[in-house]
Structures are given as structure tokens and as C-alpha cells.
Design a protein around this ligand. Sequence first.
Ligand code: SF4
Length: 331
Amino acid sequence: MSDAPAIIEVRNLRKWYPVRKGFFASVLGLGETRHVKAVDDVSFSVRPGEVLGLAGESGCGKSTTGMTVLKLHVPSAGAILFDGVDLASIRSRARLKHFRRAAQIVFQNPYESLNPRFTVFQSVLEPIRIQRPDERARHDAMVRLALERAGLIPVESFLHRYPHEMSGGQLQRVAIARAIAVEPRFLVADEPVSMLDVSVRAGILNLFRKFAAELDMGILYISHDLSTMRHICSRIAIMYLGRIVEIGPAAQILGDPRHPYAQALIAAAPVMRRGARQRIHLEGAVPNPIDIPAGCRFNPRCGKVMAECRTVEPVLRPAMGERQAACHLVG
Ligand code: SF4
């Protein structure tokens, strides 16, 4: 990983969705508007050549964070800086287009992200045609290079295939080729292997590691599966109910988590050696993101809860090593 400044810096990002009131309450203007606080004051950065893992249970807000960072959702508050420039301050269409080209996403489901009527060549060509129309003479070479980088070799044997003629792993490689075809500098990979057979996951994950190392790409890798993060992430952020509760170098977070939620999540992740870790039982279910508990939002489920935890919300602060954790027991 380089020492270069961050490609993406997210500051106090929020994405809240208003909840519709009942008919009479709306007509009579009664009651406050309530919100689903999907992303609630999240900050992090991604540098060139770095893979930052964003982990947490389903519904913790990690996918919404990824989509909002790419401006596929409009943020409710906070700032997203690309190369140090706040995206909200960009008025020029050309500069916004530059961002759209430089920041791409790979979705979870390759069956939905590819057009069944397009051949592989047409699918990968489409973003190139839209984002780089002036380089027409290079389009064919760009498609081939993207397929080669995504591991679809020999390229010639894949170019004219349709999605129904390919396996799930091959389709996800085509989706990855589409994303990298326009040579982005920042990539969001949202659960990119969760729908794939276990036997092909390692090959796909290695691609992201290779893109970071060889193309100096910054990658936000979103997953609920910490065992996959172990192999590709340089840093990891653990999210709970819309907020990051621990962030730091992957080896430190996975080896010795400080936040009680991170400890429970990591204890539940599969390991190679049987019995190497003791599971930590989490009480209850994730609370409703409309009614976030007062104080520490993890307090109803935490086995170490104290009186202070029910009234004062902890903020991220330095924990052991280079990480930060949001817990009153840390620091
Ligand atoms: Fe548990 Fe309190 Fe720490 Fe929250 S602040 S994680 S409730 S000990």
C-alpha cells in the first residue's frame, strides 16, 4: 500500500430514510417524521493500493454506505471527498463524469448485473462506450485487457458467449471486467462472492488483491464474512446499526478485537483449527434502526454493559495498536 493521500475520504456520512406516516397523521400534520438511520455518522478513508473491509451483520448499513459513497444514493449529511475534493461542491458535469468513471462497483449477483441478451464482448464494451467515447480505436483492446485482468483466459473463447452459457464464477468475472474496463481508481465490491460456489471464491478474491497491488486501486470490500476478509484486506471496519464500532489494521482487528461486538462477530467466524476460539453468544436481535437505543447502540446485546452505556454514546477513540474502537471500556 502506498503512502499516497486517500482517494476517497468519508466524513460523518449519514443516510437516513424518512418513514411514511399514516394517512391521517400526514393530512393533519401530526407527529414527527421518523427515520431509518441506515448510515449514521460514518467516517473512513481508502488509499491507493489499499483494500478496506467493511463488515457487519445483514442490515448494519454496509451496502448503503458503499452505494452512498458512489453517489448512487444521495447522502443525508456529511462529506465524501474524492482526491481531496468534496463531491457536493462539484458543479461541472465533466468533473462528475470523471468521478463516475474513476469509481466503480461490483454487485453481489452477477445474474442480475449482466444483460442476458448481450455477449461478453457487448457487456464489457458498454461502459467503455459510455465513459470513454473518444477512444474508439482502443475499445476492442480495452475489452480484451479487462477480460484478461479478470482471469477470463483465453479471452477469445469468452468474447462471444452469452450469460446462460457461463458458470456463476465466470459471470462474476465478466461483471468485474465491466467494472475495471474503464480503469477506475476506486472500486466498491459489495459481497462479490457470497452467491458463488465455495470452490471458486478464492480465485475471485485474489483478483481484488491483485487489482490493489498491481493497479494501485483503492478497494472497499463489503462482506458479512470475516473469513474472506482475512485474505485480502489491509484494514477492516466493523459496523453495527449504522455506525463503525471498530476500525484498524486487519491483523489487529481479527487477532485481538477490542469492541465487544467485534469480539462476538470474530468469534463466530469460521477458522481452520477446530476449537481454536470460544464463541461469544450475542443476546437478542439487532434493534430497529428507527428506534436506536439511547447511549451505546449495542447496549441491549452487550455482555459487558455498564450504567454509563445506557446514557452516553461512545465515540471512536484510539485503542491498542493503530486501531480505534467506540466503547467505554476502551482507551
Ligand atoms: Fe458494551 Fe458499554 Fe462498550 Fe457499548 S460501551 S460495547 S454497552 S461495554
